[in-house]
Design a protein around this ligand. Sequence first.
Ligand code: ADP
Ligand code: ASP
Ligand code: MG
Length: 417
Amino acid sequence: MKFGGTSLADMERIRHSARHIKREVDAGHQVAVVVSAMAGTTNQLVKWCEEASPMHDAREYDAVVSTGEQVSAGLLAIILQGMDISARSFSGWQVPIKTSDVHGAARIEDIDASDLNIRLNENQVCVVTGFQGISPNNRVTTLGRGGSDTSAVALAAAVKADRCDIYTDVDGVYTADPRIAPKAQRLERISFEEMLEMASLGAKVLQTRSVELAMAHGVRLAVRSSFADPDGPQSDSKNTNFGVPGTLVCDEDEIVEKQIVSGVTLVKAEAKITIRSVKDKPGVAAAVFGALAKEQIVVDMIVQNISDDGRQTDITFTVPDSEYDKAMAAVSNNEGRFEYESIKGAKGSAKISVIGVGMRSHAGVASSMFNALAEKGINIQLITTSEIKTSVLIEEEYAELAVRALHTYYGLDKKEG
Ligand code: ADP
Ligand code: ASP
Ligand code: MG
């Protein structure tokens, strides 16, 4: 059972979440819990690091930002003990959760669950800090924002859990962020592949890496609400999800009613950079993106035009707004690795994506996306597609409007009444 920040925001919420744990313990289950920091805590810790120095050492950043989870794990253990439940908290290093040494974005490499397994067999609830682990050099690492989801799935795989339930402030995965599209509907089930695309294209309800891990290890993943009545009915409306109210993330062949489009997502704060008139010859793209890779800049969309004369072409790509200055500098001062006529760019775009496994077999999904945007007078700057998604880059100020328009256009809106 994993509880996110809003589910642990204050003592009352922690007590409420603890009642969900008590229900499962009373039902005779062995329970390992993964916690996030209390809502807002990690943001504050990150801010302090930035105030201390914008160029702070990543190892010290991890030493600071990992602390939020230790507070919530301890508090939850205390509250569980007060409910006569045997409980013990664990920091990442105590489990231990071994990770790579990429501070701020570490990957879990191994979890030694032998101690946890002994305790679980003694019916002790093990409350483990999410988001953190320990590097080969014995330093605390963190897994990237939203990383507690990944901790939970990795731990579920390590203890061979029957299920990994992600408790959050929504009661499942929706066809779009319900905060943006009030007519979004909860999905009873979603395939790993679609969830992977949705997460990486902006649906922050699950961290992308957690979905990847669940898919690789066959972890049964459910997204459910911690705000629901802990003693309320424990089955979904259609009672298909093994008694789990919420959304089940599962293999595609476990989904009977397949939709063509399952979801619409958005990512804001994307910057677009265009390099005009680079030579149209082998090695130029390698030089451009090599210069960016050298600075550890992750590039998202890439478009290279066909050249008119076979000699010159333009390359456009996107990076997060936060990487814009660094990316402009990397391609401008490229130490003569490639020549160009001019470089221009701007921050403030948004990427809107439409996702669905049905796209594999249905034509026209992309063209109807462009129609829907045209009807609203929204201009498309860039387009990329993959087998199960189409993404467009548009002006940021139209992002929410575009999500709602596409949601309606694909017939995903909740029926009235
Ligand atoms: P937690 O603190 O529990 O990890 P997060 O804030 O990380 O919670 O994720 C939950 C939030 O994800 C929801 O409040 C919701 O606004 C947002 N969200 C974005 N896209 C979706 C979606 N498609 N379905 C459900 N929630 C979504
Ligand atoms: N507390 C961390 C964050 O805010 C990890 C998480 O919540 O999943 O990013
Ligand atoms: Mg989260």
